[in-house]
Design a protein around this ligand. Structure first.
Ligand code: HEM
Length: 252
Protein backbone atom coordinates (compact mmCIF):
# COMPACT_ATOMS: atom_id res chain seq x y z
CA UNK A 1 0.00 0.00 0.00
CA UNK A 2 2.67 2.43 1.11
CA UNK A 3 4.53 2.34 -2.20
CA UNK A 4 1.45 3.48 -4.12
CA UNK A 5 1.95 7.21 -3.59
CA UNK A 6 5.71 7.20 -3.76
CA UNK A 7 7.52 9.02 -6.52
CA UNK A 8 9.87 6.85 -8.59
CA UNK A 9 12.86 8.73 -7.09
CA UNK A 10 11.67 7.99 -3.53
CA UNK A 11 11.14 4.35 -4.45
CA UNK A 12 14.61 4.11 -5.95
CA UNK A 13 16.24 5.88 -2.99
CA UNK A 14 14.78 3.26 -0.68
CA UNK A 15 16.85 0.71 -2.53
CA UNK A 16 19.79 2.55 -1.00
CA UNK A 17 22.04 -0.49 -1.09
CA UNK A 18 21.31 -1.44 -4.61
CA UNK A 19 23.32 -0.55 -7.61
CA UNK A 20 22.99 2.71 -9.49
CA UNK A 21 22.11 0.81 -12.68
CA UNK A 22 19.15 -0.83 -10.92
CA UNK A 23 18.02 2.39 -9.26
CA UNK A 24 18.17 4.31 -12.51
CA UNK A 25 16.13 1.63 -14.28
CA UNK A 26 13.45 1.78 -11.54
CA UNK A 27 13.35 5.56 -11.46
CA UNK A 28 12.94 5.89 -15.23
CA UNK A 29 10.48 3.01 -15.72
CA UNK A 30 7.44 5.30 -16.12
CA UNK A 31 9.41 7.74 -18.26
CA UNK A 32 10.50 4.89 -20.52
CA UNK A 33 6.91 3.85 -20.96
CA UNK A 34 5.93 7.44 -21.80
CA UNK A 35 8.81 7.71 -24.30
CA UNK A 36 7.74 4.45 -25.96
CA UNK A 37 4.19 5.81 -26.22
CA UNK A 38 4.96 9.17 -27.82
CA UNK A 39 3.22 9.46 -31.22
CA UNK A 40 6.61 9.33 -32.99
CA UNK A 41 7.72 6.12 -31.27
CA UNK A 42 4.26 4.57 -31.70
CA UNK A 43 4.31 5.34 -35.38
CA UNK A 44 7.76 3.67 -35.52
CA UNK A 45 6.48 0.58 -33.71
CA UNK A 46 3.61 0.31 -36.19
CA UNK A 47 6.20 0.35 -38.97
CA UNK A 48 5.12 3.76 -40.31
CA UNK A 49 8.26 5.78 -40.83
CA UNK A 50 8.56 8.35 -43.58
CA UNK A 51 11.84 9.55 -44.98
CA UNK A 52 11.00 13.08 -43.78
CA UNK A 53 10.38 11.82 -40.23
CA UNK A 54 13.67 9.93 -40.20
CA UNK A 55 15.68 12.83 -41.62
CA UNK A 56 14.20 15.20 -39.03
CA UNK A 57 15.09 12.72 -36.27
CA UNK A 58 18.67 12.48 -37.53
CA UNK A 59 18.99 16.29 -37.49
CA UNK A 60 18.03 16.35 -33.81
CA UNK A 61 20.22 13.38 -32.95
CA UNK A 62 23.21 15.14 -34.51
CA UNK A 63 22.64 18.21 -32.35
CA UNK A 64 22.17 16.09 -29.21
CA UNK A 65 25.21 13.85 -29.75
CA UNK A 66 27.40 16.79 -30.71
CA UNK A 67 26.67 18.29 -27.27
CA UNK A 68 26.81 14.98 -25.37
CA UNK A 69 30.08 13.86 -26.94
CA UNK A 70 31.70 17.30 -26.58
CA UNK A 71 31.00 17.36 -22.85
CA UNK A 72 31.93 13.70 -22.37
CA UNK A 73 35.28 14.36 -24.04
CA UNK A 74 35.88 17.53 -22.03
CA UNK A 75 35.19 15.61 -18.80
CA UNK A 76 36.66 12.25 -19.83
CA UNK A 77 39.12 12.16 -16.93
CA UNK A 78 36.51 13.13 -14.30
CA UNK A 79 36.14 10.19 -11.85
CA UNK A 80 32.39 10.10 -12.48
CA UNK A 81 32.81 9.97 -16.24
CA UNK A 82 36.03 8.02 -16.92
CA UNK A 83 34.55 4.56 -16.09
CA UNK A 84 31.71 4.96 -18.62
CA UNK A 85 33.72 6.78 -21.31
CA UNK A 86 33.75 4.44 -24.33
CA UNK A 87 34.21 6.68 -27.38
CA UNK A 88 35.49 3.89 -29.66
CA UNK A 89 32.51 1.68 -28.90
CA UNK A 90 29.69 4.18 -28.50
CA UNK A 91 30.39 7.49 -30.28
CA UNK A 92 27.43 8.37 -32.53
CA UNK A 93 28.28 11.83 -33.81
CA UNK A 94 30.46 10.76 -36.72
CA UNK A 95 27.96 8.07 -37.71
CA UNK A 96 24.99 10.43 -37.66
CA UNK A 97 26.90 13.11 -39.58
CA UNK A 98 27.77 10.59 -42.31
CA UNK A 99 24.04 9.73 -42.53
CA UNK A 100 23.14 13.41 -42.80
CA UNK A 101 25.65 13.84 -45.60
CA UNK A 102 24.06 10.88 -47.39
CA UNK A 103 20.61 12.49 -47.23
CA UNK A 104 21.39 16.20 -47.50
CA UNK A 105 24.76 16.32 -49.26
CA UNK A 106 28.06 17.85 -48.11
CA UNK A 107 26.40 21.10 -47.09
CA UNK A 108 24.05 19.31 -44.65
CA UNK A 109 24.93 21.79 -41.91
CA UNK A 110 23.12 24.53 -43.82
CA UNK A 111 20.04 22.37 -44.24
CA UNK A 112 19.43 20.78 -40.84
CA UNK A 113 16.30 21.69 -38.88
CA UNK A 114 16.82 21.95 -35.11
CA UNK A 115 13.59 22.33 -33.09
CA UNK A 116 13.46 24.33 -29.85
CA UNK A 117 13.14 21.16 -27.71
CA UNK A 118 16.36 19.83 -29.23
CA UNK A 119 18.12 23.13 -28.47
CA UNK A 120 16.91 22.86 -24.85
CA UNK A 121 18.23 19.29 -24.56
CA UNK A 122 21.65 20.26 -25.95
CA UNK A 123 21.72 23.31 -23.69
CA UNK A 124 21.08 21.11 -20.62
CA UNK A 125 23.85 18.70 -21.64
CA UNK A 126 26.35 21.55 -21.92
CA UNK A 127 25.21 23.01 -18.61
CA UNK A 128 25.65 19.64 -16.86
CA UNK A 129 29.05 19.28 -18.51
CA UNK A 130 30.10 22.61 -16.95
CA UNK A 131 28.35 22.47 -13.58
CA UNK A 132 27.76 18.81 -12.60
CA UNK A 133 29.84 16.47 -14.76
CA UNK A 134 29.15 13.61 -12.32
CA UNK A 135 25.56 13.61 -13.64
CA UNK A 136 26.67 12.97 -17.23
CA UNK A 137 26.28 9.23 -16.53
CA UNK A 138 22.50 9.75 -16.39
CA UNK A 139 22.47 11.32 -19.85
CA UNK A 140 24.93 8.87 -21.41
CA UNK A 141 22.95 5.93 -19.96
CA UNK A 142 19.64 7.19 -21.39
CA UNK A 143 20.96 7.66 -24.88
CA UNK A 144 23.58 4.93 -25.36
CA UNK A 145 21.83 2.05 -23.56
CA UNK A 146 18.62 3.10 -25.31
CA UNK A 147 20.40 3.01 -28.69
CA UNK A 148 21.74 -0.46 -27.87
CA UNK A 149 18.28 -1.68 -26.75
CA UNK A 150 15.00 -0.50 -28.36
CA UNK A 151 17.11 1.63 -30.72
CA UNK A 152 18.20 -1.53 -32.55
CA UNK A 153 14.58 -2.31 -33.31
CA UNK A 154 14.08 1.23 -34.61
CA UNK A 155 17.04 0.67 -36.93
CA UNK A 156 15.51 -2.51 -38.37
CA UNK A 157 12.16 -0.76 -38.90
CA UNK A 158 13.85 2.21 -40.61
CA UNK A 159 15.73 -0.15 -42.90
CA UNK A 160 12.57 -2.03 -43.83
CA UNK A 161 10.39 1.06 -44.32
CA UNK A 162 12.88 3.11 -46.28
CA UNK A 163 14.79 0.33 -48.04
CA UNK A 164 18.18 1.62 -46.90
CA UNK A 165 21.41 -0.38 -46.84
CA UNK A 166 23.41 -1.01 -43.67
CA UNK A 167 26.79 0.62 -43.19
CA UNK A 168 28.39 3.92 -42.30
CA UNK A 169 27.33 6.73 -44.59
CA UNK A 170 24.46 4.84 -46.23
CA UNK A 171 21.76 6.45 -44.13
CA UNK A 172 21.54 3.85 -41.35
CA UNK A 173 24.96 4.20 -39.74
CA UNK A 174 23.44 5.79 -36.65
CA UNK A 175 22.08 2.44 -35.50
CA UNK A 176 25.23 0.42 -36.03
CA UNK A 177 27.91 -0.15 -33.40
CA UNK A 178 30.74 -1.87 -35.30
CA UNK A 179 32.96 -1.95 -32.21
CA UNK A 180 30.40 -3.62 -29.95
CA UNK A 181 30.37 -7.29 -30.83
CA UNK A 182 27.83 -8.41 -28.23
CA UNK A 183 25.28 -5.78 -27.23
CA UNK A 184 24.04 -7.59 -24.12
CA UNK A 185 27.54 -8.23 -22.78
CA UNK A 186 28.48 -4.63 -23.45
CA UNK A 187 25.39 -3.37 -21.61
CA UNK A 188 26.36 -5.57 -18.66
CA UNK A 189 29.85 -4.08 -18.67
CA UNK A 190 28.38 -0.58 -18.90
CA UNK A 191 26.07 -1.19 -15.93
CA UNK A 192 28.94 -2.55 -13.83
CA UNK A 193 31.01 0.55 -14.69
CA UNK A 194 28.07 2.76 -13.68
CA UNK A 195 27.93 0.90 -10.37
CA UNK A 196 31.62 1.49 -9.74
CA UNK A 197 31.15 5.28 -9.59
CA UNK A 198 31.25 6.51 -6.01
CA UNK A 199 28.45 8.91 -5.12
CA UNK A 200 27.23 10.64 -1.99
CA UNK A 201 23.54 10.20 -1.19
CA UNK A 202 22.95 13.75 -2.36
CA UNK A 203 24.72 13.10 -5.66
CA UNK A 204 22.77 9.87 -6.10
CA UNK A 205 19.45 11.68 -5.70
CA UNK A 206 20.60 14.35 -8.16
CA UNK A 207 21.68 11.65 -10.60
CA UNK A 208 18.30 9.90 -10.46
CA UNK A 209 16.49 13.19 -11.00
CA UNK A 210 18.76 13.97 -13.94
CA UNK A 211 17.98 10.57 -15.50
CA UNK A 212 14.25 11.32 -15.33
CA UNK A 213 14.90 14.76 -16.83
CA UNK A 214 16.94 13.19 -19.59
CA UNK A 215 13.98 11.00 -20.60
CA UNK A 216 11.70 14.04 -20.37
CA UNK A 217 13.96 16.02 -22.71
CA UNK A 218 13.86 13.15 -25.20
CA UNK A 219 10.06 13.00 -24.99
CA UNK A 220 9.83 16.74 -25.67
CA UNK A 221 12.08 16.34 -28.72
CA UNK A 222 9.96 13.49 -30.10
CA UNK A 223 6.76 15.47 -29.56
CA UNK A 224 8.08 18.54 -31.30
CA UNK A 225 9.40 16.46 -34.21
CA UNK A 226 5.99 14.88 -34.60
CA UNK A 227 4.33 18.32 -34.63
CA UNK A 228 6.73 19.52 -37.34
CA UNK A 229 6.09 16.38 -39.39
CA UNK A 230 2.28 16.81 -39.05
CA UNK A 231 2.53 20.45 -40.15
CA UNK A 232 4.67 19.47 -43.16
CA UNK A 233 2.18 16.75 -44.06
CA UNK A 234 -0.76 19.20 -43.85
CA UNK A 235 1.06 21.69 -46.09
CA UNK A 236 1.84 18.95 -48.61
CA UNK A 237 -1.83 17.82 -48.58
CA UNK A 238 -2.98 21.42 -49.06
CA UNK A 239 -0.63 21.86 -52.01
CA UNK A 240 -1.88 18.65 -53.64
CA UNK A 241 -5.47 19.77 -53.07
CA UNK A 242 -4.78 23.23 -54.57
CA UNK A 243 -3.06 21.82 -57.65
CA UNK A 244 -5.86 19.27 -58.14
CA UNK A 245 -8.40 22.09 -57.95
CA UNK A 246 -6.39 24.16 -60.44
CA UNK A 247 -6.19 21.20 -62.82
CA UNK A 248 -9.94 20.71 -62.56
CA UNK A 249 -10.63 24.44 -63.20
CA UNK A 250 -8.25 24.45 -66.18
CA UNK A 251 -9.96 21.41 -67.65
CA UNK A 252 -13.47 22.78 -67.29
C1 HEM B 1 15.92 -0.60 -22.65
C2 HEM B 1 12.41 -1.01 -25.91
C3 HEM B 1 12.45 3.77 -26.62
C4 HEM B 1 15.97 4.18 -23.36
C5 HEM B 1 14.95 -1.11 -23.46
C6 HEM B 1 14.61 -2.51 -23.54
C7 HEM B 1 13.64 -2.62 -24.45
C8 HEM B 1 13.35 -1.30 -24.96
C9 HEM B 1 12.95 -3.91 -24.91
C10 HEM B 1 15.20 -3.62 -22.68
C11 HEM B 1 16.43 -4.20 -23.30
C12 HEM B 1 17.19 -5.09 -22.31
O1 HEM B 1 16.73 -5.34 -21.20
O2 HEM B 1 18.30 -5.48 -22.68
C13 HEM B 1 12.13 0.26 -26.38
C14 HEM B 1 11.16 0.56 -27.41
C15 HEM B 1 11.18 1.90 -27.60
C16 HEM B 1 12.16 2.44 -26.70
C17 HEM B 1 10.31 -0.48 -28.10
C18 HEM B 1 10.39 2.75 -28.54
C19 HEM B 1 9.91 2.38 -29.66
C20 HEM B 1 13.40 4.29 -25.78
C21 HEM B 1 13.72 5.69 -25.70
C22 HEM B 1 14.71 5.80 -24.79
C23 HEM B 1 15.02 4.47 -24.29
C24 HEM B 1 13.06 6.78 -26.52
C25 HEM B 1 15.42 7.03 -24.30
C26 HEM B 1 15.58 8.11 -24.96
C27 HEM B 1 16.25 2.92 -22.89
C28 HEM B 1 17.29 2.63 -21.92
C29 HEM B 1 17.28 1.26 -21.72
C30 HEM B 1 16.24 0.73 -22.58
C31 HEM B 1 18.19 3.63 -21.24
C32 HEM B 1 18.19 0.46 -20.79
C33 HEM B 1 17.44 0.08 -19.55
C34 HEM B 1 18.34 -0.65 -18.58
O3 HEM B 1 18.74 -1.74 -18.89
O4 HEM B 1 18.62 -0.08 -17.53
N1 HEM B 1 14.17 -0.40 -24.32
N2 HEM B 1 12.72 1.42 -25.98
N3 HEM B 1 14.20 3.59 -24.91
N4 HEM B 1 15.66 1.76 -23.27
FE1 HEM B 1 14.14 1.60 -24.57
Amino acid sequence: METENKTPTAEAMEMSHSDLSEQIKVVTRDSHLRAENTPLMLSYQKGHVTLEQYKLLLCSLQHIYEALEDVMEENSSHPGVAPIYFPAELARREMVEADLEYFYGQDWRQKVVVPKATERYAHRLRQIGRENPEFLVAHAYTRYLGDLSGGQMLGRITQKCLGLKNGKGLGLGFFSFPNVTNHNLFKQLYRSRMNSVELTEEQRTGMLEEAVLSFELNIQVFNELQDIESRMQKEADLQTHTSQEKLLNDTL
